[in-house]
Every structure is written in structure tokens, then in C-alpha cells.
Unconditional design. Sequence first.
Length: 357
Amino acid sequence: MSHRIAVIPGDGIGKEVMPEGLRALEAAAARFSINLNLEHFDFASCDYYLEHGQMLPDDWFEQLKDADAIFYGAVGWPDTVPDHVSLWGSLLQFRRRFDQYVNLRPCKLLPGIKSPLADRKPGDIDFYVVRENTEGEYSSVGGKMFEGTDREVVIQETVMTRTGVDRVLKYAYELAQSRPRKKLTSATKSNGIAITMPWWDERVVAMSGSYPEVSVDKFHIDILTANFVMHPDWFDVVVASNLFGDILSDLGPACTGTIGVAPSANINPEGTFPSLFEPVHGSAPDIFGKGIANPIGQIWSAAMMLEHLGHPEAGQAIVDAFEAVLAEGDEAILTPDVGGHGTTESLGRAIAERITG
Ligand code: NAD
Ligand code: IPM
Ligand code: MN
């Protein structure tokens, strides 16, 4: 059996880290005799937009819907295309149309990387952010009135549905139950956002009876961000709405030294549509072209994709490989964000060689 994978590098450093993601993916596939059928697409990038006037071809859904997974780099190039145009025209369409309602984002302090938090070592930070990925604050309900006048009004509604919230909570509860600490933390802002957020809290409580082994706590998002910095060891599985999950999944990896290593899985758990795997970071215009982007976010996303496709041993081999290369700490190989003076390619090649064994 062959897995059909849609490969979309996107913009900026997406184009630099994707080759290293593929190098690791292909090394793991060769070692574990996994048959991959990689199909490359140039759409869902700002270059495509400049040529075609839209981010995606009209038949993008048809072209991608039968893929077993989508492997994405990063998208956005604000100098040429406004971010809301490029993102709503690509990544956010994929998440919504393919009903990828779970955005799973591990956050782990890796060996050899120095946390900016004093005295934190590997093992102290090891949790998942489970981010609701199709509704919430990322809604297209709203509008503008009286544009250009003093009476201008802009409205954008938060939309939460019982189906949408319950299904991501269920995923988070089950993930917590499967982990040794069995701990779930819910992020809300129920003191200030007084309709949607207390209702989210109620849904968390309503489901807790089905998972008696899972201990549940909740924090308002403001103090939760402080606790990520002060007490990252408290967290095991953190579940949050779309916007809060977005913010927490940059803050968490920052506490582990760099957002360059953070991966994500945009999952359609039912398998009706393809799931999408991509680093947490964006196109990083400030370092694009220098060849110094850390490729581990892309490589770790490849590991999550292999696990999702039913090859956990291949995924684990990738994780073991980048952990080993990081632990060795060869500054000539490592990228600058993790204390080295190597390149995207030197780090990617070292990891692929380690996967091959
Ligand atoms: P960013 O993640 O692109 O960059 C933030 C900072 O982190 C920059 O200083 C960058 O150099 C650094 N960084 C990011 N990835 C790195 C890596 N692999 N190695 C080393 N350093 C890395 O965020 P931004 O600057 O806010 O956004 C730039 C563009 O990317 C915008 O168009 C934005 O909308 C888009 N974006 C896309 C995604 C995505 O595709 N999923 C995610 C975030 C931002
Ligand atoms: C992410 C990104 C996207 C998001 C942006 C680029 C729309 O920040 O994947 O975390 O907010 O979801
Ligand atoms: Mn983000």
C-alpha cells in the first residue's frame, strides 16, 4: 500500500525547511519500507497568488481531498499579499473544509536546547496544546458598517457550537487519559468574555464524568500565560479555543528555547478528509534566504504524519534522530536559534543520516 502525500512548501522559509522535512521523511520511509507517493503543488503560496490572483486553483478541493495527508511548509508574505488574504485563502480553508478540528501541538524541552526559563531541563516541559481549529474566534461572521466615516463599526463574532466544542474536548480528554499524568487544563476567559467562555467551562465539566481518571483544572488565559513561564511543569494536556490555542502554542515552544522546533498536526480524526502536518512557525521573512531556519519543526511534523498514517515506529525513529543530534550539540551542525552556526541543510542532513542509521 502506498500513501499519497500532497507536498506544499508555501512561502519564505517554508521553501527552505520543506526539503529537509522530505529528506527525513524519505529516510524513515526507506528504513521502514513504507511506500510514499509524493505529489508536489505550488499553490497555497503568495507566488501563486501573484501569478493567478488567488491563493488556490478553483478545483483545489478535488485535487487534495483524496490525499492521505497534506505536508505543508508555511504561508504568508505580507510585503506582497495582505496576511488575511493569503491565510484565509489557503491554510484556513484547508482546516475548515477538511474539518481538521483538532490542532495538536506538542511542546517539549529537547535535549541540548537551553530554555530561556532559568534551571529548566528536559522532562520539566512536556505537554500538548490541543487547539480547537475550525471555529471560535476565527469566524467569518461579522462585517463593517459606515466605512470611512466617524460612525465606522466593525464586528467579528465568536462562534462556538456544541458539536464543535465537545469533539475537541473529547479528543483532549482521551489524550490526557492516555498519558501517565492524566491531567487536563482548560484555558478560558470566563470573567470577561461572559457568554462563550463560561459555556466552554460548562462543556468541560459536562464531559468530566466520562473520564473519572483525568484530573481537570482551568485557568483564565491571562494567568495561564504567566503559569506557562513560571510553572511549565504543571501542564500535561492544555485544551483551548482557536485563538487562545494559537497564542499558547507559540508561548509554549518559546519556553522550550525556539519556536523553530515546534510541529503541529491539523487532524480530522474521523479520516473523512486528509489531515495536515506543518510546523507551528510561519514564513519568517526576517531570515528567509539565509539558509539558517531550523528544520526540526518541519521534520517533527513529518514524524507526526507518519504516526497518523499508522507508522508510529517510523515517527519515533525521526524523533529519536533529532533528539540525538541535538544532544550531541555540534555547533557546526546546529542552526543559530539553538546555539549553533550551521545551516538548515547541515542540521537536516545530520538528522536524516541518523534516521538511516
Ligand atoms: P514567524 O513564525 O514566521 O516568525 C517569528 C519569528 O520566529 C521570526 O523572528 C523568525 O525568524 C523566527 N522563526 C520562525 N521559524 C523559525 C525557524 N524554523 N528557525 C528559526 N527561527 C524561526 O511569524 P511572523 O513573523 O509573525 O509571520 C511571518 C509570516 O508567516 C506572516 O505572513 C504570517 O501570517 C505567516 N505565518 C504563517 C504560519 C503558517 O503557515 N502556519 C504561522 C505563523 C505565521
Ligand atoms: C498558526 C498560524 C495561523 C493561525 C495564522 C497564520 C493564520 O499562526 O498556524 O498558528 O493563527 O492559526
Ligand atoms: Mn500561530
